[in-house]
Design a protein around this ligand. Sequence first.
Ligand code: FAD
Ligand code: PYC
Length: 417
Amino acid sequence: MTSRYSIFSLMRNAIGYHQGWQRAWRSPEPKPSYDAIIIGGGGHGLATAYYLAKEHGITNVAVIEKGWIGGGNTGRNTTIIRSNYLWDESARLYDKSLRLYEGLSQEINFNVMLSQRGVLNLAHNLHDLREISRRVNAIRLNGFDSEMLTTEQVQAMVPILDCSKDARYPVLGASLQKRGGVARHDGVAWGYARAADGYGVDIIQNCEVTGIVREGGKVTGVETTRGLINAPKVGIVTAGHTSHVAAMAGLRLPIESYPLQAMVSEPIKPVLDCVVMSGAVHAYISQSDRGEMVMGAGIDHFTSYAQRSTLAVVEQQMAAVIKLIPILSRLRLMRQWAGIVDTCPDASPIVSKTPVDGLYVNGGWGTGGFKGTPGSGWVFAHTMARDEPHELNAPFTLDRFTTGALIDEHGAAAVAH
Ligand code: FAD
Ligand code: PYC
């Protein structure tokens, strides 16, 4: 342990307003040029920078963020992690991500508070039951964990859930992924930021990309609010604004952007020790370490870039959630917020080269990209470093929108599409 981290230093800082406290990452001035630029300092962008450095030895990298890192969807999501997707392509990509999550705190030496408390997807009707059990079988065929629970097993796991026969949303069963759970969202961004910074990656905040510079069909850099920055490789990782930024290079993407809202209650003693999701009700509920009930809704009904919450969604959402878990009617809501999510027609992401040489895009993760953060960064770093997709993201390139090989994950995306 260095003197900077000695017990005396910790005690001094505890009473000394953090004087002399080492910053977790630097705040450098942008250099005139880099080997690679990542636009967007969310979890996916930071993870990409980290894996570019760690796995591919590309360390002369800048992450350019218009606000503050993790201030986009990374810091706004309800932190649910799982890999229970239907199609082989998705199951492999999301499970790669889950496996990276399982070793992440150790790997980056930052506690991302992964809690594999189990994720339940409830079935309220026969259609749900068929869809969920089909998905459980598909996931098991891929060798990943997933199981069906009866109503009685669900009730035993979640005593506060209304599983009575005359419930507004009867519970006919559920799928359970025991390795699923939650992680601390901003911890994931901060951990990747510190680890990437440790390799020499420049994290540049309060710097908006306003243009993508090209010469002869090849990318050469980006215009920013802090001037021109050159690079032969540029990755767009700007969830919520992917199509807006891609348009700066003349690209039109098959993406629609919607607000997605969530909310938390006042804190209470522990009453829920797993994650409960209901696709039919468009609700997902977990309890945070502070005791707040974390609850999310389906996407807003209209496309919009207005990142704000609405009374209509609270009313609709609480009406549904209270039917599932009646005791929650006694709680006060404390906070409500929104993020903008980019959705693709098949509810699967795009992690791809583009028709512009040296320009890559990683977006369209919709309502479900937090769980994908490590895997996304890992395959996107490969794609940028080698100028070709890894086999895990080869099915998720832009090609699928012309070949028709779509990967329809509306059932697994569940809550929001
Ligand atoms: P972001 O964190 O949004 O990062 C993109 C960054 O790009 C932003 O910081 C933005 O400021 C920056 N940027 C944009 N334009 C520019 C520009 N021109 N120049 C520079 N920077 C720019 N997923 C799950 O798996 N589980 C969940 O439980 C879950 N719940 C959700 C709940 C809500 C309410 C929301 C909104 C989303 C939820 N998601 C969930 C989805 C998940 O949050 C996202 O898919 C994921 O966080 C996307 O990460 P990212 O790093 O790509 O995006
Ligand atoms: O993808 O698990 C998910 C999710 C939960 C809430 C929003 N997205």
